[in-house]
Design a protein around this ligand. Sequence first.
Ligand SMILES: Nc1ncnc2c1ncn2[C@@H]1O[C@H](COP(=O)(O)OP(=O)(O)OP(=O)(O)O)[C@@H](O)[C@H]1O
Ligand SMILES: [Mg+2]
Ligand SMILES: [Zn+2]
Length: 533
Amino acid sequence: MSATSVLARKWRPRNFAQLAGQEHVVQALTNALTQNRLHHAYLFTGTRGVGKTTIARIFAKSLNCETGVTATPCGVCGACTEIDSGRFVDLIELDAASNTQVDNMRELLESALYAPTSGRFKVYIIDEVHMLSKSAFNAMLKTLEEPPSHVKFILATTDPQKIPVTVLSRCLQFNLKQLPPALILSRLQYVLGQENIPFENGALNLVARAAQGSMRDALSLLDQAIAYSSGKVDEVLVRTMLGAIDQGYLFDLLQTLRAGDGAGLLRIADDMAIRSLAFEAALQDLATLLHRVALAQTIPQAIPDDEPERLRLLELAQQFTPEEIQLNYQIVIHGRNEINLAPDEYAGFTMTLLRMLTFAPQNTGADAAQPAPRAVPVAAGASRLVAAEPVPARQPAHAEQSPATGAGLDWNTLLAQLNLQGMARELAKNSVLASFAEGRIVLNLAPQHKHLQSNKIAQEKLQAALSEYFVKPVRLVVELGATKDAATPAAVELHEKQTRQQQAEEAIKQDAFVREAQTYLGAQVIENSIRPV
Ligand SMILES: Nc1ncnc2c1ncn2[C@@H]1O[C@H](COP(=O)(O)OP(=O)(O)OP(=O)(O)O)[C@@H](O)[C@H]1O
Ligand SMILES: [Mg+2]
Ligand SMILES: [Zn+2]
């Protein structure tokens, strides 16, 4: 994106403290500087606009600040101010993209032999170093190996794959990370605060996400937004500017998918088409949303309380299983990759939606609307529940069992009746029933699923399902404890699957044709290829 972004240039961090993120690099450089263990060549890698050039310049100040070699350059001495304004004679910046030739490199290396004019070190920053020609790289090697002690090389690239290993091995390499949206957001808030420009948080949120990890892109988008706006950077304006999809559409799509409503999906797509929203961008945003749902399933606490879409996110996290979210994410990513191959964007988009619908598991979606037949105990104290006619709602059909151990109530069978989804289902599946008495159900959760114990929403859902099932309030207590080989429904399921697999493998081994093929043709059974039918 444009190198002319006003805000990016104005707000380029001038010391390590002002830098957003990249703590791992800052820490390592700080240690090197304070312990005076300096290398002679550094390589900063990372995608565009994440701070490579910025860190290189701060490092150059650290090396040359008149207060001494320091991780906190003063910013006011001759060296610091000249470096900040690009006038320092001993800082030589070479843009390899426009100086690919070996002659440029020879010239540079020759000048490296002379002592610094005013600074402590001569610092060479070679940007986009992967663009150098092969001969230019070769010319560099010898100097990189044994540079004069007053010389430091800082190489930067977005594409380390293109750098010869001979060069790589002579550099200390640091990989800069893409910046997470939250970090970008707070930097944007800071910058606009300093600039005294009013804004809506939602607007900055959109910019931070659109920047895809690049602070420079974020700041130049912000430049644009300010130029468009009449005084205030507001959400509607930024959304229009970015051609961003109203998140509401995406939530609606997933909810409609959950309901198994194919016609509904197409209606939403048509509505989006009427508003001429970009379908490729929509798929990208849908993937982002699915990612956020997956995060919400894994660590619900990580969603900030002030996240405007918090409730809807948590709701989706409950409605889908983690596997479904993973699968849908894959489908959406593929759909986006293939959208150029589709007859048109609308076709590519709707085919992706329909593919998600096709792969939705059978027992959910539309089918889930019809409750599974309920079960009743055959007789008091019977050890199993058997399927029976649906029970009229208000009838206390599911009596509490005594004694307090919960013996007599088969958790496995009960679970099959509860029609749970998502994390609540995971919680139930990975627990065994410890006791059930006086309206209180205690579950022992397998310790490897500990995270579910703190998932309040999952517990509430399970408690509600149990209360509904027993037609009276049930209090659920989840304790850690089920041992590794306890008969949790999940373990039973796994065991059954393994048994079926073994049987299938056994059947193949016993099969007359297979045995003949093995004996006479030297054929071998590929073990992992056998699947039970
Ligand atoms: N980590 C960061 N913290 C704060 N601002 C940053 C950060 N990274 C980049 N910026 C902002 O983005 C602008 C560009 O950063 P910089 O030139 O360091 O990127 P770069 O990684 O060298 O990118 P490129 O590969 O495009 O050269 C800076 O002027 C600064 O305003
Ligand atoms: Mg750069
Ligand atoms: Zn200084």
